[in-house]
Design a protein around this ligand. Structure first.
Ligand SMILES: [Zn+2]
Length: 149
């Protein structure tokens, strides 16, 4: 019994550390990145399979979202289980989530028609974030000005 409590407490500590790491990241983090950062922070080796189990636990509770296109994970607001649009920047790897109730209804209808049970509705879109677009435009402008000198 005591060993079970210790394992449960250790699991919750790991979940809390992963939550903190994901909250500090501007985009999705892979299991290996999370394990490496936790190892660096604590000085004790953190194994990817432990991180994987914790993320699965967090996903079941609605606290984490697997981002397939980025091979990573992001935090998810468990209080708002509605569908979300996940925007991933292919330049900097940043990611943001936006509520997408309309898309969720459309996907729900399409999935019902196809006989598919939609579990965790989210849609991942790959593009370029505003910050990277602004930087690219500034560099282009700078290049153009430099070229005319
Ligand atoms: Zn970006």
């Amino acid at each position: 019994m005591r060993a079970q409590y210790r394992r449960l407490a250790a699991g919750r500590r790991l979940d809390a550390r992963i939550c903190w790491l994901l909250s500090q990241s501007p985009g999705p983090l892979s299991i290996y990145e999370i394990a490496a950062r936790l190892t660096d922070l604590s000085g004790r080796r953190c194994f990817p399979n432990s991180v994987y189990r914790a993320l699965q636990r967090m996903a079941r509770s609605g606290a984490a979202l697997q981002i397939v296109s980025a091979n990573g994970w992001m935090l998810r607001d468990p209080e708002d289980p509605g569908p979300v649009l996940v925007l991933i920047c292919e330049n900097c790897g940043g990611g943001s989530q936006h509520p997408a109730a309309d898309l969720g209804q459309a996907f729900g209808r399409l999935c019902r028609e196809a006989g598919f049970d939609l579990q965790r509705p989210h849609l991942e879109l790959i593009g370029t974030c505003e910050s990277c677009r602004t930087t690219a435009e500034t560099e282009q402008d700078g290049g153009r000005i430099y070229a005319t000198l």
